[in-house]
Design a protein around this ligand. Structure first.
Ligand code: NAD
Length: 480
């Protein structure tokens, strides 16, 4: 058993923080640990702390909490630092998207081939990348033995940047590989008899191995596609694992794209709303259309409001139990989702599906487990540089991280036509960030099919660099 200090940066992200806290409570080997919740938003922080404390009290777990708005406090003496902060928040993303659309860049300049996820900004997110490096440097200085767990996006660019520039232990996490479970469930398979593997880069992972009871399971998927895919309809904007676009990508690349990879396709599927609807289904056209993303933002906004409401209720009724809260909520969709999430968190048998706490338990208590994590390639995927962070399965125990051999290898089409172009854009984003050479940002856009003139590129960048909050970014790129 090990007691640790875990710092959560951006802890005001309520659902994420509560998932981690509930996982901690369900991990006996980490009993007695301290969680330092850090956020710049006092109100969100207070609400999350109230709920976390209430939860711990109800399940009679032994966990201590600290809350702070000071980054150093979350890092000093920490054994693990989890970063889920989004500098500038969704407001900044939307401002950039609005400017971009004014100049003809539908869904924003950061929406690019193989990177269409709407909060995965890689070229206009200077402040976010800078924060990753700042946190990593502070860890190096204040708690050099601590692990940095990257949850904030862009996980691919962020984890590669940190592992290349700061000598600390860093690993990136995403839950996108759960898409495999979606396929297993749709095909009606027993998940314990499925042998699967995924590999690629974050939001670009592929089901290279899919076997059921010792036999290739792809024919079962082919059968489902042939017989059932025509009746497919999404249940929500994120429900795309077996959408027409996923199937089309599978046909071209030879293996299934998994999780957010389905969102990260080419412009063929993203040109406009009608195109998105055709490939990602009606009525939303996927999570990254203007309709799908609004649905997500509305849901997030309401969840934040509900969190505050529930925290207030608990403060005013200290004897109330979290289960009482469910009866006090209304019946609109985000509230229902919040109740479902609370039910999941309260269920003593179920962990959240986030990997962070299980990873810590595996490392410290030798509770060996399998993960899908983001670490430097170092030869795991042939044809990709060693210092590019890849998303791969690995077992973790007290001796560290042991990547699996990728078997069978990824098809050449995936490596050459999907991963390499995506890696090239990561390299461009990081070189721009590290050198301040604005020509790289421009080059990004010259290659963009939505660009019709050099003037368009100049204007969109000028306006983004003039945004309040981007003063340092402007200085970095324009030297003035
Ligand atoms: P959000 O804006 O709702 O929450 C982020 C939190 O960060 C807020 O509470 C905000 O106050 C805080 N914050 C902002 N600047 C900060 C700073 N300088 N220091 C500390 N905290 C700060 O955003 P969200 O939708 O919860 O997303 C958070 C991040 O997680 C995003 O980058 C998102 O893309 C990412 N994400 C990752 C995964 C994954 O599996 N890896 C899944 C979903 C979202």
């Amino acid at each position: 058993m090990a007691t640790v200090k875990i710092g959560i940066i951006g802890a005001g992200s309520a659902v994420f923080s509560l998932r981690l806290v509930s996982d901690l409570c369900k991990t006996p080997g980490l009993s007695g640990s301290t969680v330092t919740l850090m956020d710049i938003d006092q109100e969100r922080l207070e609400a999350v702390l109230t709920l976390a404390q209430k939860y711990v009290e109800e399940v009679e777990a032994d966990l201590k909490f600290e809350k702070t708005t000071n980054l150093d406090d979350a890092i000093i003496d920490a054994d693990f630092v989890i970063n889920t902060a989004m500098v500038g928040g969704h407001t900044y993303l939307e401002k950039v998207r609005k400017i971009s659309e004014k100049y003809g860049y539908y869904r924003g300049i950061d929406a690019q081939e193989f990177n269409m996820v709407s909060d995965y900004y890689t070229i206009s997110n200077f402040n976010q990348l800078k924060y990753f490096v700042e946190i990593a440097r502070k860890i190096e200085k204040l708690s050099p033995k601590a692990w940095y767990l990257q949850a904030a996006n862009p996980v691919f660019e962020g984890t590669t940047l940190v592992t290349r520039t700061v000598p600390i232990k860093a690993v990136g996490f995403c839950h996108g590989h759960h898409g495999v479970l979606g396929i297993i469930e749709k095909l009606g398979l027993d998940k314990d008899r499925v042998d699967w593997q995924v590999a690629g880069v974050n939001h670009g992972i592929w089901l290279n191995r899919f076997r059921y009871e010792g036999k290739d399971a792809y024919p079962l998927l082919d059968k489902w596609i042939e017989e059932k895919s025509k009746d497919w309809k999404p249940e929500n904007p994120f429900d795309d694992q077996l959408s027409p676009v996923a199937i089309d990508m599978y046909r071209f690349y030879g293996v299934m794209p998994i999780g957010d990879t389905v969102r990260n396709s080419t412009w063929r599927y993203h040109r406009d709303l009608e195109t998105k609807k055709k490939w990602y289904g009606e009525p939303w056209g996927g999570a990254d259309s203007e309709i799908g993303w609004k649905w997500y933002q509305d849901t997030l906004g309401k969840v934040t409001e509900i969190t505050k409401k529930v925290a207030k209720f608990i403060k005013e009724n200290p004897k109330a139990r979290l289960s009482d809260v469910m009866d006090n909520l209304g019946k609109d969709l985000p509230e229902k989702q919040f109740v479902l999430e609370l039910e999941r968190i309260l269920d003593p048998e179920r962990k959240s599906g986030e990997q962070h706490i299980t990873f810590i338990d595996a490392l410290l208590n030798d509770n060996k487990d399998r993960f899908v994590i983001n670490i430097p390639n170092k030869g795991v995927i042939p044809g990709i540089d060693d210092d590019v962070v890849v998303e791969i399965p690995a077992t973790v125990d007290k001796n560290g991280i042991h990547p699996e051999k990728i078997d069978p290898p990824l098809p050449q089409r995936v490596v050459k036509y999907y991963l390499r172009p995506r890696i090239m854009r990561m390299e461009m984003a990081l070189e721009a960030f590290l050198t301040g050479d604005i020509r790289i940002l421009k080059e990004f856009l010259y290659r963009d099919p939505r660009t019709k003139s050099d003037e368009q590129v100049e204007k969109v960048l000028e306006e983004i660099l003039s945004l309040e909050g981007n003063e340092e970014m402007r200085k970095h790129y324009l030297k003035k």
